[in-house]
Ligand binder design. Structure first.
Ligand SMILES: [Zn+2]
Length: 851
C-alpha cells in the first residue's frame, strides 16, 4: 500500500478518534445502510453496502473500514479510487454534494473463531457451524464500511445469503426468504435507528422456540436445544419486558424482541435489538443450578432487556459515558425484581456489585465513572467494575437521595426527551434534578467525575455501656481522589441483641460527622451503611469488630448480615483483622447460615483466606480443618442444595491433604459426591483439581474423562484441565497458543487462565508474569472487552509473593510510556497482590500475634 497523501491527518489515524467522531456528527445526518452479505464461504464474507447520508455542506467524508478487502467504490454514481489506508477511506469533497449522497462499496470481512467481527463456532458433535456477530464497541468497521460511532445512528436494511439448510436472524423482522439451489437469501426489514455497535445477525442451523403466549422467539443451536428451560426463560423475558415498560412509561422501542443462546460467547449477554445474545454456557445448566446461578441468570436477562431502553433507545453519545447504560441496566434489573416482589433483591444486588466495585475503586488504578476516551480503539479499557458495579451502586445512592417519585419521573423524562437519540450523563442529571427540584451538579462532580471512593471510619466512644459519641470520619481510599468529601445520605444502625435495631438517617457533608442522635443509646455494634444506600467502604470500630467476630450470625436481617460479613472481610483485606480470626468466624457460623447467597459468599472468602492469606505453617493446622468443615457442610442433607453445592465445590477446589485428595479420586468412581448426584461439570472440576495438584495420572484422568464426555463442553473442559498441569512444557505450550493459535476460541482461553495460573504452580508461572504484561497492547488490539481484565486477574492474581509484586512494580517502572488505561488495569490487579503480601507479612509470619 502506498503511504497516504494525508498521512499526518489525525482523522485518518487508526481507530475512531473523538475528533473524527465530533466532526462527522456535526456534518453528517440521516444515515442509512443497505447491505448485502454472503456467508456462503467458510472464512470470508463478501458484501456490498450502499451508505446513504446527508451532509450539511460539501467536504471530505471519512468512512471507517478495516476488513481484509475493499473493492470498487462509487460515489453518487461515479467510480472513485479514494485514499484508503486500511483503517479509513476518504471521499474527497469534490465528490460530495451538500444534501443527499450515496457511496456504494464492495468489501469482504473475516469469519473466524476469534479475532473477527463474525464469530464462527464449530459444533464438533454434529459438525455444524454457527455464526454470529459481536461488534461492540468498535468492530462494526471490521465488518463493513461505515461511520462507526454511537452518535451517528442509522437505519440498516440487510440481506444475508446463507446455505439453504441454515436460518438467519437480524435486528429487523424477516420480510422474505428466497431460495436458489443450495443458498437462501434472507431479507430483513429496515431497522429502527441504531448505533453501529448494535447491528447484529446470526446464521446457522439454529433451533427456534416460539409459542402462542410469547412473541419472543428463542434461538438455540440444535445439539443443545433439548436441554434449554424454554418456559422459565420465556416467562422471565416476558416479565422483564412488561415490568420495564410499566416502570419507564415508555413502550418497548423496537420492531421485535428475539434472543439466542450463543455458544462460546465471550460475554454474559449483549443487548442487540432483535438478536439479543446470552451466554449459552451460563444459561443451560449441565447440573442442577444453585439459587445463585438462577438469580444470576435472571439478573442477566433483566439487565439485557433494560438495555433496550437504556443504551439501545437512548444511547451514550460516546463510550466515555458507558456507565450510563451499564449502570442503569444493572440497577434496573434489581429494581424490577424489588417491584415484582422477589425476596431480598437488594441483598443480591449488594452481593453482586458492591464488593466488586469496592475492590477496584479502592485501588490506585481506579478511574472516574465517566472515563475520558480519546479513541474508540481504547474503549475496551473502559469496561470493568467501575461501570458495571460502581455505577449501579451510585445510582442507588442517587435514587435514595432524591426519592422514588422524582427518580422515576426523571428517568421517564430522560427517555422521552432523547428517544432514538444520544445523551450524556449531564442530560440524565438534568432530567432527574428537574424532577427532584434540586441541582445535582455537585453530586455529579463527586460521583461521576471524581476518581476513587470514600472510606467511612466508625469511631465510637462509650461510657457505662452507652454511646457517648459516635463519629463517622470520611477520607478518600487513595490519594488520587484529592481532597474533599463525597456528600452522602446514609442510615446508621445501632444494633443490640435485646432490643429492636435503631436506624438513624445521616447526611454526610463534612469530613467528620457526629451522629448526635446516637448519644446515650446502647449498641452491641454500629454499622454506618444500613440498607446499603451509601457508596463507601465502612471500617468498623474495634468494639463492633470484636462483637461481630463472635456473633455476626445472630443478626437476622439478611442484607445487614451480608454487609457485615463484607465489612469484616474488608478489615482482613486492609490487614486490620487476622485472616485466622475470619476463618474461625466463618467455620463457626457456616453450619447455621441458612441463606444460600450469604453462605456462598462466606465460603468464597473462607477459601481465599485459607489458600492465600495464611502461612504454610498455619496451613498445616488449618487446611485439614477447613476441608473437614466444608465436606461436613456439603454432606449435611438438612442444608439447602445451594449451600451444599457451594461447600462441595469449595472442598474440591481446596483439597490438599492426602485424605481429601483420596476422597476426590474415590468420587470419580462413584455416582455421587457426599450424597449429591455427581454430574459432568463437577467431574471435570475434580479432574482439573487433581491434575493441578500434580496427580501422576493426569494424562489418563483427562483422557478417560474426554471419552466419557464427548460434548463440545467436554472438549472445552479438557482444554482447561490440561492448562492446569504443573509442568514447564505445558505452561510453555499454552502460553504460545494463547497468541499463535487462530483456531482457539477466546472463551476457552479465558476459561483456562485460572488453571494455568494455579496457586500450586507459582514457580512455573512466575516466569510468564512479565511476558503476560508485555503482551497487553497486543491483547488490547486483538481480544474482546473483558479479556484483558481476566488476563491480568489471572497472571497477577495467581501470584502471592513479594517477588512477584516486585516484578510488577519493575515492569511499571520500566514502562513509563505504557498507555494510561493499561497502567490503570495493571494497578487494579496489582492492588490485590499488594494486599496479599501485606497480610502475609503481618499475620502469616507472626503466628503468636494471631488469635
Ligand atoms: Zn450491559
Amino acid at each position: 500500500m502506498t503511504p497516504p497523501a494525508h498521512g499526518a491527518d489525525p482523522l485518518m489515524a487508526p481507530g475512531i478518534s473523538r475528533e473524527l467522531a465530533r466532526s462527522r456528527a456535526a456534518m453528517i445526518s440521516n444515515v442509512r445502510y443497505e447491505m448485502s452479505l454472503s456467508l456462503a464461504k467458510r472464512d470470508t464474507a463478501r458484501g456490498t453496502v450502499n451508505v446513504r447520508f446527508t451532509t450539511a455542506r460539501s467536504a471530505d467524508v471519512v468512512l471507517d473500514f478495516r476488513g481484509p478487502w475493499l473493492g470498487s467504490v462509487r460515489v453518487n454514481g461515479a467510480e472513485l479510487r479514494p485514499e484508503y489506508n486500511g483503517a479509513h477511506l476518504r471521499i474527497p469533497a469534490r465528490s460530495i454534494r451538500s444534501g443527499g449522497n450515496v457511496v456504494e462499496l464492495q468489501f469482504a470481512s473475516m469469519i473466524a473463531p476469534a479475532g473477527a467481527s463474525i464469530i464462527r463456532y464449530h459444533d464438533a458433535r454434529d459438525n455444524n457451524d454457527y455464526l454470529y456477530t459481536l461488534l461492540v464497541p468498535s468492530d462494526a468497521n471490521a465488518l463493513f464500511p461505515c461511520f462507526d460511532q454511537p452518535d451517528l445512528k442509522a437505519r440498516m436494511t440487510l440481506s444475508l445469503t446463507v446455505p439453504a439448510t441454515w436460518r438467519a436472524i437480524a435486528n429487523g423482522i424477516t420480510e422474505r426468504v428466497d431460495s436458489a439451489g443450495a443458498l437462501s437469501t434472507y431479507r430483513f426489514r429496515e431497522t429502527d435507528p441504531l448505533p453501529t455497535y448494535l447491528f447484529a445477525f446470526a446464521a446457522g442451523p439454529w433451533t427456534r422456540f416460539s409459542d402462542a403466549r410469547h412473541s419472543t422467539p428463542l434461538w438455540v443451536r440444535a445439539s443443545r436445544s433439548h436441554e434449554v428451560e424454554v418456559d422459565s426463560l420465556q416467562t422471565q423475558v416476558a416479565s422483564a419486558l412488561s415490568s420495564l415498560e410499566r416502570y419507564f412509561g415508555v413502550k418497548y422501542p423496537f420492531q421485535q424482541f428475539q434472543y439466542m443462546l450463543s455458544p462460546a460467547f465471550p460475554f454474559g449477554g449483549m443487548e442487540h435489538p432483535g438478536v439479543t445474545m446470552f451466554n449459552e454456557e451460563s444459561f443451560i445448566y449441565r447440573e442442577p443450578p444453585t439459587l445463585n446461578q438462577r438469580l444470576g441468570r435472571r439478573a442477566t436477562i433483566y439487565h439485557e432487556v433494560a438495555h433496550h431502553w437504556f443504551g439501545d433507545d437512548v444511547t451514550m453519545r460516546w463510550f466515555d459515558d458507558l456507565w450510563l447504560k451499564e449502570g442503569f441496566a444493572t440497577y434496573m434489573a434489581a429494581k424490577m425484581q424489588a417491584i415484582e416482589g422477589l425476596p431480598n433483591p437488594w441483598m443480591s444486588f449488594y452481593l453482586r456489585n458492591k464488593p466488586a466495585a469496592y475492590d477496584v475503586d479502592q485501588t490506585s488504578g481506579t478511574t472516574p465513572v465517566w472515563q475520558s476516551l480519546a479513541n474508540l480503539d481504547q474503549a475496551k479499557s473502559n469496561y470493568g467494575a467501575i461501570v458495571y458495579n460502581k455505577a449501579p451502586g451510585i445510582l442507588k445512592q442517587l435514587n435514595y437521595l432524591v426519592g422514588d417519585t422524582a427518580f422515576r419521573a426523571g428517568v421517564h423524562d430522560f427517555l422521552t426527551t432523547h428517544a432514538y437519540g444520544n445523551a450524556t450523563w449531564q442530560d440524565l442529571l438534568t432530567s432527574i434534578g428537574r424532577a427532584a427540584n434540586r441541582p445535582l451538579t455537585e453530586w455529579g462532580r463527586q460521583y461521576i467525575l471524581r476518581p476513587g471512593m470514600p472510606v467511612l471510619e466508625q469511631r465510637v466512644d462509650a461510657a457505662n455501656g452507652r454511646i457517648s459519641r459516635l463519629m463517622l470520619v470520611q477520607h478518600p481510599a487513595q490519594p488520587l481522589s484529592g481532597k474533599g468529601v463525597w456528600p452522602m445520605r446514609t442510615e446508621v444502625v445501632l444494633w443490640s441483641r435485646d432490643s429492636a435495631p435503631v436506624f438513624l438517617p445521616v447526611e454526610i457533608q463534612t469530613e467528620t460527622t457526629i451522629v448526635t442522635a446516637a448519644k446515650g443509646r446502647r449498641a452491641d455494634f454500629v454499622f454506618a451503611n444500613a440498607n446499603d444506600n451509601g457508596y463507601g467502604l465502612v471500617m468498623l470500630d474495634p468494639a463492633s469488630t470484636h462483637w461481630l467476630s463472635e456473633h455476626v450470625g445472630e443478626v437476622t436481617d439478611p442484607l445487614l448480615r451480608a454487609m457485615l460479613w463484607g465489612a469484616m472481610w474488608d478489615l482482613v483485606r486492609d490487614a486490620r483483622l487476622a485472616p485466622t480470626a475470619f476463618i474461625a468466624a466463618a467455620m463457626r457460623e457456616l453450619p447455621r447460615e441458612t441463606d444460600e447467597q450469604i453462605a456462598a459468599g462466606i465460603i468464597t472468602r473462607l477459601s481465599r483466606a485459607t489458600a492465600t492469606y495464611i502461612s504454610s505453617a498455619q496451613g498445616r493446622d488449618l487446611v485439614g480443618a477447613v476441608e473437614t468443615a466444608l465436606l461436613r457442610l456439603g454432606s449435611d442433607s438438612s442444608h439447602p442444595y445451594g449451600i451444599r453445592k457451594s461447600a462441595l465445590d469449595a472442598f474440591i477446589a481446596m483439597a490438599k491433604t492426602p485424605g481429601a485428595l483420596a476422597t476426590l479420586s474415590a468420587w470419580l468412581d462413584s455416582t455421587s459426591t457426599a450424597g449429591l448426584p455427581l454430574r459432568q461439570p463437577t467431574r471435570w472440576m475434580i479432574v482439573t483439581h487433581l491434575v493441578e495438584r500434580g496427580s501422576v495420572h493426569a494424562d489418563s484422568l483427562i483422557a478417560a474423562e474426554e471419552r466419557r464426555d464427548t460434548t463440545s463442553s467436554g472438549k472445552r473442559s479438557a482444554f482447561v484441565a490440561y492448562a492446569a498441569r504443573p509442568t514447564a512444557t505445558v505452561k510453555r505450550d499454552y502460553f504460545r497458543r494463547y497468541f499463535a493459535d487462530t483456531t482457539l476460541n477466546e472463551e476457552w482461553t479465558t476459561a483456562s487462565l485460572r488453571g494455568f495460573n494455579s496457586s500450586d504452580a507459582t514457580a512455573l508461572t512466575l516466569p510468564y508474569l512479565v511476558p503476560a504484561l508485555d503482551s497487553l497492547p497486543w491483547i488490547q488490539r486483538n481480544r474482546r472487552i473483558f479479556f484483558l481484565g481476566s488476563w491480568l486477574g489471572s497472571f497477577i492474581g495467581g501470584q502471592r509473593s513479594a517477588e512477584a509484586l516486585r516484578e510488577v512494580d519493575r515492569f511499571l517502572a520500566e514502562h513509563p510510556k505504557l498507555p494510561l488505561d493499561l497502567r490503570q488495569k495493571v494497578l487494579q490487579s496489582r492492588d490485590d497482590l499488594d494486599r496479599t503480601v501485606r497480610i502475609r507479612a503481618k499475620y502469616a509470619n507472626a503466628e503468636s500475634l494471631t488469635p
